[in-house]
Design a protein around this ligand. Structure first.
Ligand SMILES: [Zn+2]
Length: 363
């Protein structure tokens, strides 16, 4: 299997256009035409992690956090990032990061955290907006099925857990073919009326190129007519954070103890909220930007990796704020990476790193 097949598998699950604007997810270092010898999975790329891949004879490292975030003007080994890049290149190791695209993807990082906590009725806490388009096209009645099928195969028509969604209306199209045309029906220079179906469906904006290509390929007309409309709808399957519920409410102490155990946290930081916990909002990593959203959704607790001192203030009557550490909150992302690659690239040697990359200690 070529390395690019692993990249394709990861990007089918977590398409790069789902990443946040500040991010630099995707292929970081290396050429993907080579045969993959194995993939080492980690949260962070460090020199020790690259050494582990070298020892294993693996030429792919898939991390959650990108090693490279900023442009480089020189590459001299003056910091660990540059030393990692140099070592990876010297040993023919490809570095790939699935970061906020994996956070925002359906069944991504935060779903994994919710699964570990045992939450049910899970949904995205802050769905993305301005990611969806409506496509309307007009197809001769006898070809409507083939065009609709091609559009669905290109990624149109997914709403929640439904696929193949469209609306279809019968009508009449008109056209008059000009010089040097090759009309599918009608005669050049004569007004033609054709029974057509108006097909409406939905698509993620980032699939536009692929969808329009499929439309043109499958449509019998020389000049298919189509409209793309921007939608301001939320995309309920994609976005930041998760909210879900326990079957039975927990006391605050039960909740905090459970969190400590599941995430192997030595020190949980929390505020002075009092009450029982049933509805929990969460976000792996630095998720404090979602506190207000969690309050607005009436969550009893909000769990994340990092909350600043001042962000703890003023919420003690609203919500239990729970901070467990960035690494701790996202550690199970490595399991998620493993399951994605295993499912789509069966047979490829895979290993979760044995290097503990959390740079923070507690005493
Ligand atoms: Zn993170």
């Amino acid at each position: 299997m070529k390395i690019k097949e692993i990249v394709d598998a990861l990007e089918r699950f977590a398409p790069l256009p789902l990443q946040d604007g500040f991010d630099n997810a995707g292929l970081q270092v290396g050429l993907t035409d080579a045969e993959a010898t194995g993939a080492l999975l980690c949260l962070d790329v460090t020199e020790a992690v690259i050494d582990e891949a070298i020892e294993l004879g693996f030429n792919v490292i898939v991390s959650h956090h990108p090693l490279l975030f900023y442009g480089m003007k020189t590459l001299t080994g003056k910091n660990y990032v540059e030393r990692c890049v140099i070592k990876a290149v010297q040993h023919g190791i490809v570095l790939y990061a699935a970061h906020t695209n994996l956070d925002n993807a359906p069944n991504g990082v935060n779903f994994k955290i919710a699964e570990k906590l045992g939450l049910r009725q899970i949904r995205i806490l802050e769905p993305k907006r301005d990611f969806l388009l409506k496509l309307v096209t007009f197809v001769p009645r006898n070809q409507a099925d083939q065009v609709r099928k091609a559009l669905f195969e290109a990624g149109c028509g997914c709403i929640g857990n439904y696929d193949s969604c469209s609306f279809n209306l019968n009508g009449t199209g008109t056209f008059k073919a000009g010089k040097e045309t090759h009309p599918y029906c009608g005669e050049i220079g004569e007004m033609h009326k054709e029974d057509e179906v108006r097909i409406e469906t939905i698509l993620p904006k980032y699939l536009t190129g692929r969808v329009i290509h499929s439309l043109i390929e499958s449509h019998p007309y020389e000049e298919p007519a189509y409209d793309l409309y921007p939608l301001s709808n939320e995309w309920s399957q994609v976005g930041s954070g998760i909210i879900g519920e326990y079957d039975e409410p927990l006391t605050k102490d039960e909740f905090l103890s459970q969190v400590k155990r599941i995430f192997e946290v030595e020190c949980v930081r929390y505020n002075n909220w009092q009450g029982k916990i049933q509805k929990v909002a969460l976000c792996g990593g630095a998720g404090a930007f979602l506190i207000e959203k969690a309050v607005a959704e009436n969550a009893d607790a909000f769990l994340t990796g990092e909350i600043k001192y001042h962000e703890f203030f003023g919420h003690e009557k609203e919500i239990l704020l729970t901070e467990i550490g960035h690494f701790e909150s996202e550690q199970y992302t490595v399991e998620l990476l493993e399951s994605i690659i295993k499912k789509m690239c069966g047979g490829l040697p895979l290993k979760q790193t044995t290097i503990h990359t959390n740079p923070i200690n507690y005493m």
